[in-house]
Design a protein around this ligand. Structure first.
Ligand SMILES: Cc1cc2nc3c(=O)[nH]c(=O)nc-3n(C[C@H](O)[C@H](O)[C@H](O)COP(=O)(O)O)c2cc1C
Length: 275
């Protein structure tokens, strides 16, 4: 029998941990749980067979999620790390090539992301709404990130044009549509298409050194495309109404249940202006 992938789930709130564990088991993973940083470090030393880490950042007293992830990465440099947190000071401690989900997250988003990062054809994903045009399940990714210096070079306009051309070419190949807002301080993007294509793009996006601090607000089955006409609409963040942009930025810092909705509203505003 094929071995199940083993996920190390570290979360100090019992209710949140139980819900996440159940989702991961339902998605076909084996789950090893820890409810504190100390317990997590103990288990890490005792168990070498953990395939991926999914950890909360704030774990009460003792080591936090950044510490647990650093220890996990030190012993398993190639294994995936996913963080989740509502409020996470210490962003500079985030490991490269990791995923970050702001809380509250949908547990199914975590199992979807784990499938991606583990390259797991674990089990068929749960039934998802079908795309009317092809009958294939669609997925939507909504995230916000911060440009790095290399994301702004050699000039803002040139960098934006190059990025737009790259995204559009890649998206045409894989049937992806969406919108991207570019600014000095922020990237906001929504990407929609067949789930394997979205997850493939997320992998590329996550590795791209032109941005950092990528926070996923939505990685979810979608019943249809919201930006169907665009291989990737690209606009400037400054084109968004200042109050809406301010609420998006607040949502990045202190995520609430409407954070993804606000990002999509900002992207829609930009598309409407371009139309
Ligand atoms: C802000 C941002 C948005 C991106 N959007 C997309 C996208 O829509 N589709 C995609 O396939 N890749 C996207 N990427 C990833 C890059 O375009 C891709 O990794 C890069 O062009 C590949 O370059 P390389 O082959 O030199 O590594 C994005 C990257 C960044 C920084």
């Amino acid at each position: 029998m094929q071995r199940l992938f083993r996920i190390f789930l570290v979360e100090d709130e019992d209710l949140v941990r139980n819900v996440a564990a159940q989702e991961l088991v339902d998605a076909g993973f084996e789950v090893v749980e820890a409810s504190s940083g100390h317990e997590a470090l103990r288990l890490l030393h005792a168990d070498d067979g953990l395939d991926a880490l999914f950890t909360d950042i704030r774990l009460g007293h003792g080591p936090d999620g950044w510490d647990v992830a650093a220890a996990f990465r030190a012993s398993h440099p190639e294994r995936p790390v996913i963080y989740a947190s509502g409020y996470a000071p210490g962003e500079h401690r985030r490991l490269s090539n990791s995923l970050f989900f702001p809380k509250p997250y949908r547990p199914s988003q975590i199992s979807g992301a784990l499938r991606l990062v583990l390259g797991a054809g674990l089990r068929e994903p749960a039934p998802q709404p079908a795309a009317p045009e092809t009958g294939v399940p669609l997925m939507r990714l909504t995230y916000m990130s911060r440009p790095t210096a290399s994301g702004r070079e050699p000039s803002a306009v040139q960098a934006m044009t190059r990025l737009a051309q790259q995204c559009q070419a890649l998206n045409r190949l894989s049937g992806l549509t969406g919108a991207l807002l570019v600014g000095e301080e922020w990237f906001i993007q929504v990407l929609e298409g067949e789930s394997t294509a979205v997850l493939g793009a997320l992998d590329r996006i996550n590795r791209d050194a032109r941005h950092e601090d990528l926070r996923i607000f939505e990685l979810t089955p979608a019943s249809g495309r919201m930006f169907g006409g665009w291989a990737m609409h690209v606009g400037r963040v400054e084109a968004v109404e200042p109050e809406l942009l301010w609420r998006c930025v607040e949502g990045f810092r202190h995520p609430g249940p409407r954070a993804a909705e606000l990002l999509i509203e900002a992207l829609t505003q930009s598309v409407r202006k371009a139309a």
